[in-house]
Design a protein around this ligand. Structure first.
Ligand code: ZN
Ligand code: ZN
Length: 385
């Protein structure tokens, strides 16, 4: 159930959400967004604010009436490089930038939670609200963790929410373990000998090699990975050649790997290297493989997942709680926080609508108060006085 005092926040939260939506800022450029959040937090009477964990973003500390443990709630605040195609009166005012993942809504939920907690300090302990920049691509969570977010404060658990369009409205999806996959990228540079296309025997062909490597990479999922473990190896780019009558000297293949365990990641990395260099040798060209690990898998800790489930059940009821749903092969930098301290990441179903990262996506305001109620229920679970 959502309490009256949380419902009272709804119109204010919608106004904040629409303001943030109209002024999207991308990774580590969330200057005005951060300023907006700071002004709101100060107006709620939250004065213990920290901006030194990342170039943008802010962390606020809210003390309960009694001493106790520390926990943290996290929202991501960044937008995407997408041209918005919504016809709404609070459409993006910044060309080419858009809140296409609903982080405007996550920010409004955490602001509403902060306001509620600052007015209702009937808990034992401290709640840290983390407004994290640069979730998309740039790993803002990793930056905050490396700059000592969990070293400066004795935070024992961290909780995060992500809205999910086309999952049932106001349902919570919570897993005991994996929620999101790891995200790695690879680049294979192939160098051969360029030649006249009419005299291929005088060259060493990089395009023929590249196509064989792409085929070879498909064997990693089908023949190296345990059929019961999840792995994606996707080639997403091939660049080579400029004209009809030249066999190009260079070719580049790029792609991404998604998995749920470090062992599967290790296997994929070593097989990509073996297959690329082995096929290159066969075709008498050279292949260099650059493999980079971007985000680890987002894996809930069982104890905090149970706390999240209990909290969600209190708000939406058992019939709106879906436990151990299939995880997503997408990635999320909240993973870096979960590697450092225990916690749980949950999906909040937003009902039918355009998918995340689509130019017609728009956060569903009908889940704002559900999100706040959930965070408050987590605080009550963790820091009952
Ligand atoms: Zn996203
Ligand atoms: Zn997102």
């Amino acid at each position: 159930m959502i309490s009256n005092s949380i419902n009272d926040l709804k119109s204010e939260m919608i106004a904040w959400r629409h303001h943030i939506h109209a002024h999207p800022e991308t990774a580590f450029e969330e200057v005005k967004t951060t300023q907006f959040i700071i002004e709101k937090l100060q107006s709620f009477g939250i004065t213990q604010l920290y901006t030194d964990f990342a170039p943008t973003g802010v962390v606020g500390v809210i003390k309960g009436n009694k001493e106790g443990r520390w926990i943290a709630l996290r929202a991501d605040i960044d937008a995407l490089d997408i041209i918005e195609e919504n016809n709404i009166n609070y459409c993006s005012t910044i060309s080419g930038k858009m809140h296409g993942c609903g982080h405007d809504g996550h920010t409004a939920i955490l602001l509403g939670t902060a306001k509620y907690l600052s007015e209702h300090r009937d808990f034992s302990g401290t709640v840290v609200v983390i407004f994290q920049p640069a979730e998309e691509n740039e790993g803002g969570a990793q930056v905050m963790v490396e700059n000592g977010l969990f070293d400066r404060f004795p935070i024992e658990a961290v909780y995060g929410i992500h809205n999910q369009p086309n999952m049932q409205l106001n349902h919570f999806y919570i897993n005991h373990g994996p929620m999101m996959a790891s995200y790695d990228v690879f680049e294979i540079k192939i160098t051969g000998i360029g030649a006249h296309a009419a005299a291929p025997h005088l060259g060493k062909d990089t395009i023929l090699t590249a196509t064989q490597i792409v085929n070879g990479l498909q064997s990693i999922v089908s023949r190296n990975a345990d059929p019961l473990s999840s792995l994606v190896v996707s080639v997403t780019q091939i660049h080579s050649g400029d004209t009809w009558n030249v066999l190009p000297q260079h070719a580049v293949i790029r792609g991404t790997v998604r998995a749920f365990s470090a062992q599967v990641q290790d296997m994929a990395e070593s097989r990509i290297k073996q297959i690329a260099t082995g096929i290159a040798t066969t075709f008498e060209v050279k292949a260099e493989v650059d493999y980079q690990r971007r985000y680890p898998a987002t894996i809930n800790h069982a104890k905090q997942a149970k706390i999240a489930m209990t909290a969600a059940k209190k708000i939406v009821g058992e019939d709106h709680l879906i436990i151990d749903h299939n995880p997503s092969m997408g990635a999320e930098d909240f993973a870096f926080m979960l590697q450092k301290i225990p916690g749980a990441y949950v999906w909040l179903g937003a009902g039918s609508g355009a998918n995340l990262h689509n130019p017609a996506f728009n956060f569903n305001d009908e889940v704002l108060t559900t999100g706040v109620s959930y965070f408050i229920a987590v605080v009550n679970q963790e820091l009952a006085s």
